[in-house]
Design a protein around this ligand. Structure first.
Ligand SMILES: Nc1ncnc2c1ncn2[C@@H]1O[C@H](COP(=O)(O)OP(=O)(O)OP(=O)(O)O)[C@@H](O)[C@H]1O
Length: 320
């Protein structure tokens, strides 16, 4: 574990309207470490973006304080903050006729002199940011003419060019397809290691976060922030904090959320990697009980039930 880049101490955060304070979260303690990618997870409306605003120094806590590299974040000027912290927000306004290269170059603004002239070192940083995000080929493309996934990578490249030690991203994979979501989260993980950055990512992608994050911060209404290795949170069952109500649970064996199956009264035997899928298909079809055992075989896949063979689960369920 590296040093903590960001420390939150007994924070109470929320919004003020006139003299009225609307408290969103309280009693928050956390540390974001160097070389770590930390995913902040929690249900809609719990206060993840509000916490991010406090971490970025954009929202003054009602009580407690946020320390950035050991100093209160409130003591940083906006110029100093821009050198330490890079941010990727959900849907920023981007001029469509700007090129990817120009967008990434904007990351250097906190570092250039008042003339805004890019020095050789700035150009190198921009080149490295484009290459780390694997979008050099997009340098001259306009933002209005690239895909959502490519735009997201360009925004990450801009944050990299800004070269802060801490990167904060609020739902960087929203609206992206599964492959792009994996790719971006793996890329962020790679960057945290290769460039020694602390990366905080707000995400709802639990399964991808489990694959990529070094640490989770779990937020839930009325409970303290839980910080730990994702694997520890799975093993201790604390991960279930993310699942409201009684209908879902996190399957420790399968590493994903599933609906709680009441008492299933069928007996499936065969290759372990297939039996769970058989149960799942039966459960979705509303079947909770079967009098005979089900045997599944591999190469070719066959379901054997009550003396009959089926080539697919669809055929099997249709015959029941
Ligand atoms: N500017 C604001 N003024 C007052 N209340 C706000 C403001 N922004 C957000 N809130 C309230 O703060 C609470 C937490 O909102 P926040 O956006 O932080 O949640 P979130 O966990 O990021 O949600 P989501 O997962 O849906 O993005 C909500 O009840 C919301 O209505």
């Amino acid at each position: 574990m590296g040093k903590a880049s960001i420390i939150g101490k007994d924070l109470t955060i929320g919004y003020s309207k006139g003299k009225v304070q609307k408290e969103i979260l309280s009693g928050l303690d956390f540390e974001l470490f160097e070389r770590e990618m930390c995913c902040l997870l929690g249900p809609n409306g719990v206060g993840k973006s509000t916490l991010v605003k406090a971490v970025l120094g954009q929202l003054k806590p009602f009580t407690g304080e946020v320390l950035l590299r050991g100093k209160p974040i409130s003591s940083y000027s906006s110029e100093m903050l821009a050198k330490e912290l890079s941010v990727v927000l959900t849907e920023p306004f981007l001029p469509g006729n700007m090129t990817v290269g120009q967008l990434v170059a904007m990351g250097r603004i906190p570092h250039t002199s008042w003339t805004g002239k890019l020095e050789e070192t700035d150009r190198e940083v921009i080149q490295n940011a484009l290459s780390a995000t694997k979008i050099e080929y997009l340098r001259d493309e306009r933002l209005s003419e690239i895909s959502d996934g490519q735009r997201q990578k360009a925004l990450i490249a801009r944050a990299l060019a800004q070269d802060g030690k801490v990167m904060v991203l609020d739902e960087p994979t929203a609206h992206l397809d599964l492959v792009n979501r994996y790719e971006i989260m793996h890329l962020l993980r790679e960057i945290s290691k290769s460039q020694g950055k602390s990366i905080l990512v707000v995400t709802h992608d639990l399964e991808i976060a489990l694959e990529t994050a070094d640490r989770f911060w779990l937020l839930n209404c009325g409970t303290p922030l839980i910080s730990g290795l994702p694997e520890d949170l799975v093993i201790t069952g604390q991960i279930n904090q993310l699942l409201p109500g009684e209908n879902f649970r996190f399957s420790v064996e399968k590493g994903r959320i599933e609906s709680k199956i009441g008492s299933l009264k069928f007996d499936v035997s065969g290759p372990g990697e297939y039996t769970a899928w058989v149960s799942k298909a039966l459960e979705k079809a509303g079947i909770k009980e079967l009098p005979e055992p089900i045997e599944v075989s591999k190469d070719p896949f066959l379901v054997n039930y009550a003396g009959k063979e089926f080539l697919s689960l669809e055929d099997f369920i249709l015959a029941l």
